[in-house]
Design a protein around this ligand. Structure first.
Ligand SMILES: Cc1cc2nc3c(=O)[nH]c(=O)nc-3n(C[C@H](O)[C@H](O)[C@H](O)COP(=O)(O)OP(=O)(O)OC[C@H]3O[C@@H](n4cnc5c(N)ncnc54)[C@H](O)[C@@H]3O)c2cc1C
Length: 455
């Protein structure tokens, strides 16, 4: 046996790195096994590089279109190399920060491929490490669409965010959060974008009202949208990709597949260790992340529910506290907000109006257009909406949805209101600072009973 630890975490992404720090805080001797970089895919290949490029798209389009706000920038151009350098530097800085936190908390980093042994210990190369408990946090990997393989011109999301030059034409297949973010960045950079979604709306997980607003905004960003149609007959050539969709043909520089990821369980030795999988290939766990082997927990993209970094991190905290003999509350998956950083941003928590009705609730809705509150005009953020879905009888907030340039920050208030079990009536009495876009939340709560001031 190479060394023993109280807790060994396999995978150092937002699930694993937080789990390791929490275990160390609880006084456990802790190690993380990571085959690549601290911070995992989120910091190095997904959330963070995507948001870094989106920030450049925001600055670029605002500089280019700023004349009405009194900013006349002549010859605004993109420096693609500088963009790539900043993208890499931001990820490196955050990844180094994770390593620093591990060091500070005396978490041992074991570099290499981790796998479970039959006893539920951890093997890395020829070394076997004894573990009191193991947290699996190996995340997920991109899956191509049927009949297509990833290669030079068929990209996964990382391939699309890290292109060496700006493409003239790109098709993005899958209009969930990742696909919409890609479309919105490249569209604003001036690339001709074709966004294709098999289901009948873009952002299929979001409330229909919100998706409609984004769809309208995308049409002003060089983005053509096709819904309800799969991509077929893909032919990959040397310098382009041809394919068919919804009765049309297209030829683009790159085809990016932005939907569909699968749990990264390859080589983890799950079967030998008695860790069972769900039918969809994710690791089967209880509400604390405990697998069918009581010594082994799994968190993050490896397990069911939304594939989001903040969900992974909180599952890490719960799993470690449970493994250490504590009594944590399970993560309330209904309160894990979705956040899409396209332009305008979209954020939502809890049930959509349709899902609330389907679940049998008698529903009331309050809507406030951002354009109604003063801040939205000041900050040029008028096209969005706040929508609250509430239980008609008790006033419980069942779902909250926001479209607007700051939606992903604003949603936190509604997550807090729901977590603290405040009803819409309480929200309707909370004084919000002026002039902020958050005043639209106040009026959305008042709108439920028809007394929004800025309707
Ligand atoms: C383009 C894109 C953008 C996204 N943007 C957002 C966003 O803005 N906000 C958000 O909340 N979510 C976002 N997500 C989702 C988010 O990236 C994931 O939910 C999150 O990364 C999951 O964290 P994790 O810890 O489960 O796994 P990961 O981040 O995937 O980390 C897993 C780690 O495990 C390591 N590993 C795997 N197998 C082994 C092994 N056998 N041994 C050792 N190490 C191993 C990997 O190298 C990796 O570092 C985005 C996803 C994509 C694809």
């Amino acid at each position: 046996m190479a060394e023993s630890f109280d807790t060994i975490v396999i995978g150092g992404g937002p699930g694993g790195y937080v789990a390791a720090i929490r275990a160390a805080q609880l006084g456990q001797k802790t190690a993380v096994v990571e085959r690549d970089k601290p911070g995992g895919r989120c910091l190095n290949y997904a959330c963070i590089p995507a948001k870094t490029v989106l920030r450049t798209a925001e600055i670029y389009s605002e500089a280019r279109d700023g004349a009405a706000l009194g900013v006349v920038a002549k010859d605004v151009s993109l420096d693609w190399d500088a963009l790539g350098e900043r993208r890499a530097a931001v990820s490196k800085s955050l990844s180094d920060g994770v390593k620093m936190l591990w060091d500070k908390n005396k978490v041992t980093l074991i570099e290499g491929d981790g796998a479970l042994t039959g006893d539920g210990d951890v093997k890395v190369g020829d070394d076997v490490y004894a573990a009191g408990s193991v947290i699996l946090a190996t995340g997920s990997v991109a899956r191509p669409i049927p009949g297509v393989e990833f290669g030079d011109r068929v990209l996964d999301t990382w391939g699309a965010w890290s292109l060496p030059e700006r493409p003239q034409k790109i098709a993005v297949v899958g209009a969930g959060a990742s696909g919409c973010e890609l479309a919105s960045a490249y569209g604003r950079f001036g690339t001709e974008v074709l966004l294709i979604e098999m289901l009948d709306q873009i952002l299929p997980a979001e409330d229909k009202d919100m998706a409609r607003i984004v769809e309208r905004a995308f049409k002003k960003q060089n983005i053509a949208i096709s819904t309800g149609s799969p991509v077929e007959d893909v032919e990959v050539g040397e310098s382009s990709v041809k394919f068919k969709y919804g009765g049309e043909s297209a030829e683009v520089d790159y085809l990016c597949v932005a939907g569909g990821r699968g749990a990264d369980v390859e080589g983890l030795g799950l079967e030998d260790a008695g860790v069972e999988l769900e039918e969809n290939g994710k690791v089967k766990v209880d509400e604390y992340g405990q697998t069918s082997n009581p010594k082994v927990f799994a968190i993050g993209d490896l397990v069911n529910a939304k594939a989001l970094a903040h969900k992974a991190s909180e599952e890490g905290v719960v799993a470690v506290e449970k493994a250490g003999g504590g009594s944590p509350h399970p993560v309330d998956q209904n309160l894990v907000a979705g956040a899409t950083f396209c332009h305008p941003q979209v954020a939502g928590v809890g049930l959509t109006e349709a899902a609330a009705k389907e679940a049998g609730h008698e529903v009331k809705v309050g809507k406030q257009k951002l354009g109604g509150v003063g801040g939205a005009t000041v900050y040029d953020d008028k096209d969005g909406l706040v929508k609250l879905v509430v239980d008609a009888k008790y006033g419980e907030i069942l779902g909250a949805h926001i479209v607007g340039n700051r939606a992903c920050d604003m949603i936190a208030e509604l997550v807090a209101a729901m977590a603290l079990e405040g009803g819409y009536q309480e929200l309707a009495q909370i004084v919000h600072p002026h002039p902020t876009i958050s005043e639209a939340i106040l009026d959305a709560a008042r709108a439920v009973d028809g007394w929004a001031i800025h309707a």
